[in-house]
Design a protein around this ligand. Structure first.
Ligand code: PHE
Length: 345
């Protein structure tokens, strides 16, 4: 009886041909496992008569060796097959290319502006986009209920008594206040960041945009320092020979205030539709920091003077790349964005 079984299993083992590692494992469990056939046969062997034992002992041991040898052989052949599959790669095939992203045009402009001012010794300062009334308006000499607050169509988050209003900042001048409040002059910093104004979205206006503002406070800072710094900035950004002109203007936080125009970057002067046939385009607002602002921030306005300026990154970018629709900057259309491939990584 046992002999018959062994004969049958022997035939089965010889014919076994597991196709993969899982089937090989099934083979092992079936014959060699702790509850497998060989274990069962040895259990049964203990119950047979001494005469039978003499014959069957040898047969059973041979059978066990056969099963173990077959398992070892199958395992080795499967492993070597797997190995040869591993290196079965055509090394002459071209590699998979990967696409390089590109910088957003506004980032390119921001980086360029920061670079220019860094070379002049300005540091970069940042502040929160959600601001209180003090930092966005009051400290900057906007009187309460003053119509100048309407100049900057504000998104209010919490409208309280005016003094405690919380709003999305309308300009990064708020960062100038934070900087002056928390440090001591001299200050020489630029403040890049996103700002918000409640305007209908069109080709020429958006409800958010990006600014870089600058602040320079020290003893004996004069309007000529302001002019020279901005003149230098424009030569670096738009190339030598770009002309500048200053027109008187009004901001609550600067006195005197001015707006700066540059000769049209597209036509260079004679007039085109970018400069509305004037030859000039406005790029920033600036002025001498109002003594009230210095005092609001705890700075002695008898000892210190300063200048400040602020520009829209979108505007600077439009002039540089001749982009006529502001909405392109926030639509994330890759066909637009891909045109700004650059070496700056
Ligand atoms: N904060 C002004 C604005 O957003 C710009 C500005 C900054 C003007 C500094 C003068 C001086 O319009």
């Amino acid at each position: 009886m046992m002999q018959d079984k062994i004969n049958q299993y022997t035939a089965e083992i010889k014919a076994a041909n597991p196709a993969n590692a899982a089937e090989l494992e099934e083979f092992r469990i079936k014959y060699l496992g702790t509850k497998g056939i060989i274990k069962d046969l040895f259990d049964e062997f203990r119950t047979v008569s001494p005469e039978e034992k003499r014959v069957l002992g040898k047969v059973l041991n041979e059978f066990k060796q056969l099963a173990e040898a077959k398992y070892a052989e199958l395992k080795e052949s499967q492993e070597s097959r797997a190995k040869s599959q591993d290196i079965d790669i055509d090394l002459t095939l071209p590699g998979e290319g990967f696409e390089l992203g590109s910088r957003h045009p506004l980032s390119l402009t921001r980086i360029e502006i920061i670079d220019i001012f860094k070379r002049l010794g300005f540091v970069v300062a940042e502040g929160p986009e959600i601001e209180d009334d003090w930092h966005n308006f009051s400290a900057l000499n906007f009187p309460e209920e003053h119509p100048a607050r309407d100049m900057q169509d504000t998104f209010f988050i919490k409208k309280n008594s005016g003094k405690d209003d919380i709003a999305l900042r309308t300009h990064t001048s708020s960062v100038q206040v934070r900087m002056m409040e928390s440090g001591k002059p001299p200050f020489r910093a630029i403040m890049p960041g996103r700002v918000y104004r409640n305007e209908a979205i069109s080709a020429r206006a958006h409800c958010f945009f990006h600014q870089v503002e600058g602040l320079y406070v020290d003893e004996n800072v004069s309007f000529s320092d302001l002019k020279q710094t901005l003149y230098h900035f424009v030569q670096e950004l738009y190339g030598e020979g770009t002309k500048v002109r200053f027109r008187p203007s009004y901001f609550p936080f600067t006195e005197p205030s001015a707006e700066m125009d540059i000769s049209c970057t597209i036509c260079g002067g004679p007039g085109c539709n970018m400069c509305k046939y004037t030859g000039w385009v406005e790029i920033l607002g600036c002025g001498m920091v109002d003594p009230n602002v210095l005092e609001n921030c705890g700075i002695d306005s008898k000892k210190y003077t300063g200048f400040a300026f602020g520009m829209g990154i979108e505007r600077i970018t439009n002039l540089k790349y001749v982009i006529r629709d502001l909405r392109l900057f926030s639509e994330n259309d890759v066909r637009f964005l891909k045109q700004f491939q650059t070496e700056i990584i």
